[in-house]
Design a protein around this ligand. Structure first.
Ligand code: AMP
Length: 218
């Protein structure tokens, strides 16, 4: 089963994707993570994307589709969770074509609804474990008092360079201009389910499980 988690930055897509990886053995395809890896590797492509990402703008469709193509062609076990991809209509079309060409289907698109004020508060409070990438949030899921990651015990945590208010405003604008049209696109394709992304993490997990259960072929 292949699904898309759709929603603005800070909606909780990464947190939910990690849960699906742990509980269902699905494969998370986060273009944000792939681009951060490229950036850290210091390659030519990494240098190009670093500046764009720091500003909060979108990297070109060509680069992002290229990254996803490689992954889709190598196959995805229990299915892919597309996290942060597609972000434009061109990417959505490309994804449809890639899945079709490799004999795969898109089974659900889950829109995680959140309001903008909550996003700004969430994002400026977020950090991740430097060891395993577990996501923490000063407001909703603080780093434990003993300073150790609950998942791997690591004691270092980092904040994303683009998780600041300036960059976030641009990321939100990019979302509304270029990504939010995908809601209508997938609605028209009869793939879309909306869930409340502001609920407790466990409640959101249950909502997603409900959608996946309904989408499982009989
Ligand atoms: P994310 O981790 O999903 O919030 O992505 C971080 C940044 O990576 C975004 O602000 C964009 O600059 C870039 N990015 C990630 N995914 C995409 C995509 N599908 N298309 C274009 N740019 C992307």
């Amino acid at each position: 089963m292949n699904i898309i988690l759709l929603g603005p930055p800070g909606a909780g897509k990464g947190t939910q994707a990690r849960h699906l990886v742990e509980t269902r053995g699905m494969v998370q395809l986060s273009t944000g993570d792939m681009l951060r890896e490229a950036k850290d590797s210091g390659t030519e492509m990494g240098k190009i994307v670093a500046e764009v990402m720091a500003k909060g703008e979108l990297v070109t469709d060509e680069i992002v589709i290229g990254l996803i193509r490689e992954k889709i062609e190598t196959g995805g076990g229990s299915g892919f969770i597309f996290d942060g991809f597609p972000r434009t209509l061109a990417q959505a079309d490309a994804l449809g074509e890639l899945l079709e060409a490799t004999g795969q289907t898109l089974d659900a698109v889950i829109e995680m609804e959140v309001d903008d004020e909550a996003l700004v508060a969430r994002i400026t409070a977020r950090s991740t474990c430097a060891g395993c990438g577990e996501v923490y949030n000063d407001l909703t899921k603080p780093i434990p008092d003993d300073g150790k990651c609950t998942n791997c015990g690591h004691t270092e945590f980092k904040r994303r360079a683009d998780d600041n208010e300036d960059s976030l405003r641009t990321r939100l604008m990019e979302y509304y201009k270029k990504t939010s049209p995908l809601i209508g696109y997938y609605y028209a394709k009869d793939h879309l389910t909306r869930i409340d992304g502001l609920a407790e993490i466990a409640t959101v997990q249950q909502s997603i499980a409900g959608v996946l259960g309904a989408a499982t072929p009989a």
